[in-house]
Design a binder for this molecule. Structure first.
Ligand code: AMP
Length: 308
């Protein structure tokens, strides 16, 4: 069984959407990535940090999904990373109202012994210097290193972020962030520029408009499933990344052809994440539901046309 190490925030989120709002609930990039990747039966573990205010039940929820949390440091005297976001009426855009780094501000990650030889590494959203410290602790390069980041780190730690981007194979970011990182409006041009920064594979997420995979001049497009009910898009990007890397880690195949399937797997899982607030939908998701929806993806995109 392949090993997958996931780095990213484990957090409290407060979310406001047109349908309601939540007080502090379980969130964080690594939380969503790991819940999504747990659907693929790989041996996964998280590297992160939380404060003494973080409920033990949340860690147990992850353990119940066979997610190893030995690499989540608990700073008893500190407070957990907190993020508050408010979605606009179209649910495609949001404002970040609060980002309190708290214990993340001076976190020195330690990769658990069991994951020092990880086959796959998913560098989820958090400080790029933490992402780099994890890369540096793994003596034999994993088969694939993927990274997800966001505008906050481009605004606050661009130099360190560029150093990490130079070392990875796959980057997954949303369209707005791809434009910010590259300075290009066209996503094709943005992907070309990002390739030059390091990653051979560039995945650009476009929310309800699907995702694009770029590699060496080839492009693949995966739609997002048109859904009747969207309540809360929080974590959809991370859930996508978890589905993407989970699919690759399970198959062990890092070819472009398999990455196309991985992009579909990521889109499929993200379509569930948005149906309820926070992590709720990802916690009770079954394999039958996933398979059924994969079929819907197939039907959505398959067509026959005669070329003259
Ligand atoms: P997404 O909706 O996929 O972009 O991810 C939202 C999740 O990312 C939330 O659960 C937040 O806790 C987490 N998050 C928000 N801002 C940051 C940040 N600057 N660094 C790391 N994680 C963040």
């Amino acid at each position: 069984m392949n090993k997958l190490l996931i780095v990213g925030t484990v957090a409290f989120d407060a979310i406001e959407t047109p349908f309601g709002q939540t007080d502090k609930i379980l969130g964080g990039a690594a939380t969503y990535i790991s819940l999504s990747a747990s659907q693929f039966g790989v041996k996964s573990g998280i590297v992160s940090v939380v404060g003494g205010d973080f409920p033990k039940e949340y860690l147990e929820k992850l353990n119940e999904k066979d997610i190893n949390t030995d690499g989540i440091e608990i700073i008893e005297a500190g407070k957990t990373f907190f993020w508050k976001g408010k979605y606009h009426n179209d649910l495609n855009t949001r404002d970040t109202l609060i980002t309190d780094l708290n214990v993340l501000a001076d976190f020195n990650p330690v990769v658990p012994k069991e994951f020092i030889d990880t086959d796959f590494l998913m560098l989820g959203n958090l400080h790029p210097s933490v992402q780099m410290a994890v890369i540096n602790q793994i003596p034999v390069r994993p088969r694939l290193v993927a990274l997800d980041t966001m505008n906050f780190w481009m605004d606050n730690a661009l130099e360190e972020l560029m150093e990490v981007i130079a070392k990875i194979d796959v980057i997954t970011i949303n369209d707005e962030e791809a434009r910010q990182l590259s300075g290009e409006y066209s996503l094709v041009r943005a992907a070309q520029k990002i390739h030059k920064m390091g990653p051979k594979f560039v995945v650009i997420k476009k929310g309800e408009h699907g995702a694009l995979l770029f590699n060496n001049g080839d492009v693949f497009f995966a739609p997002a499933l048109p859904l009747e009910d969207v309540f809360d898009p929080t974590g959809a990007g991370d859930t996508f990344a978890g589905g993407f890397i989970g699919h690759i880690a399970k198959s062990g195949d890092i070819s472009f052809e398999n990455m196309k399937r991985a992009v579909i797997s990521g889109s499929n899982l993200a379509s569930f994440c948005v149906e309820k607030f926070g992590t709720e939908r990802m916690e009770d998701l079954s394999q039958d539901e996933i398979q059924e929806r994969l079929l819907q993806f197939k039907l959505l995109t398959q067509f026959d046309i005669e070329l003259s």
